[in-house]
Design a protein around this ligand. Structure first.
Ligand code: FE2
Ligand code: FE2
Length: 347
């Protein structure tokens, strides 16, 4: 029996890992012709449909850390499936892997919920070293000269619950860095990218910049949540979204920790958070109106787009085609023929 450490976003726990004893197939290796028997997956989609003849069937999505497979539960199999299962719960699936319209899909014959396996085992995780990324950010916090900004960063850093969530949260539900540790990785990438700007334009307010960078997506801690093996958007996240939640979060943290916080420094920090998506049509209520906020919005877009492109290629490279499928957010296909896997991995 293998025991592996796994960091959840609440506590650091040692799980007895029965995952590898139960699991015979991983999603990225599934091929047409395979038959699965009581194979565990996380449920990622379950949608009731009706055929033209009025027959009920379900679209289903099943996932593990290596990816997601979609498929069907046809009407004759419904009686053998637990259809009250919630997204993020672990299910054991019996069925077959088939090819449909050039895509690999699963046809489910039987599905039941299991609580024997930790859902955390099914979530994808960053491939970068989280301790190293945290150390790099902490070194930068220690160098900050503006006392208001440094106090704010340290108040956050020394709260074990905040730091735990910051290290484990994804940066998004689907779009980019959508895995455990994704938020930390995204912030770290932006920090690394910004170092080139700092060497070219040394006279900008880099204390403000780093504080804005560190906190720009802090609202994600309330916009998103990890439930079972699913990354979801909370109700507050839908209603307020992460930019608004980020401002509320920082405002609360400032009132709690430093009543003397300089009001101009606070306005500038809020400006960086509010404008980080760059354009009104991308969800920012103000456009960047400082060079620091302009650079922040650019490195944010860089990190997000490069992550989307590399993950898209990694997912599609098994197809053996020269180009990926169309990427709807980036609006293009990518040439993947000579792609070296794991381009985002820390060397
Ligand atoms: Fe954002
Ligand atoms: Fe971001």
């Amino acid at each position: 029996m293998v025991i592996i450490p796994y960091e959840t976003h609440h506590t650091h726990v040692l799980y007895v890992n029965i995952f590898w004893m139960e699991k015979k197939f991983i999603v990225s290796d599934l091929k047409p012709g395979q038959t699965l028997f009581d194979e565990p997956f996380a449920l990622s989609e379950l949608e009731k449909k009706s055929s033209q003849q009025g027959k009920i069937y379900y679209n289903i999505g099943l996932s593990d850390k290596t990816g997601e497979i979609h498929g069907k539960i046809w009407s004759e199999a419904l009686v053998n499936c637990d259809l009250n299962t919630k997204i993020g719960e672990i299910v054991k699936v019996t069925g077959s892997i088939q090819e449909y319209n050039g895509k690999t899909q699963i046809v489910v014959d039987k599905m039941s919920v299991t609580t024997e396996i930790s859902p955390a085992e099914f979530l994808p995780v960053t491939t970068r070293d989280r301790s190293q990324m945290k150390e790099d950010l902490k070194n930068e916090i220690d160098k900050i000269k503006n006392q208001d900004y440094q106090k704010l960063l340290l108040a956050f850093w020394h709260d074990a619950n905040y730091l735990d969530r910051y290290s484990n949260f994804p940066a998004a539900e689907y779009v980019h860095h959508a895995y455990v540790g994704g938020l930390l990785e995204h912030v770290w990438e932006m920090y690394q990218l910004s170092r080139a700007y700092k060497s070219i334009y040394p006279n900008l307010d880099w204390d403000l910049f780093f504080t804005g960078l560190f906190f720009h997506d802090i609202g994600k801690l309330e916009e998103l949540d990890i439930v079972g093996a699913a990354i979801i958007r909370t109700n507050a996240g839908r209603l307020i979204a992460h930019i608004g939640q980020g401002i509320l979060f920082i405002d609360r943290l400032i009132s709690k920790t430093n009543s003397d916080f300089d009001s101009v420094s606070k306005d500038k920090l809020f400006h960086l958070i509010l404008s980080h998506q760059g354009e009104l049509e991308f969800g920012s209520p103000v456009r960047p109106q400082m060079v620091e906020s302009l650079i922040l919005s650019m490195v944010d877009a860089n990190s997000a787009s490069i992550n989307q492109a590399t993950k898209h290629i990694e997912k599609s490279i098994v197809s053996g085609e020269d180009f990926t499928e169309y990427h709807k957010w980036l609006g293009r296909s990518f040439y993947q023929k000579d792609y070296l896997p794991d381009a985002t991995k820390d060397q």
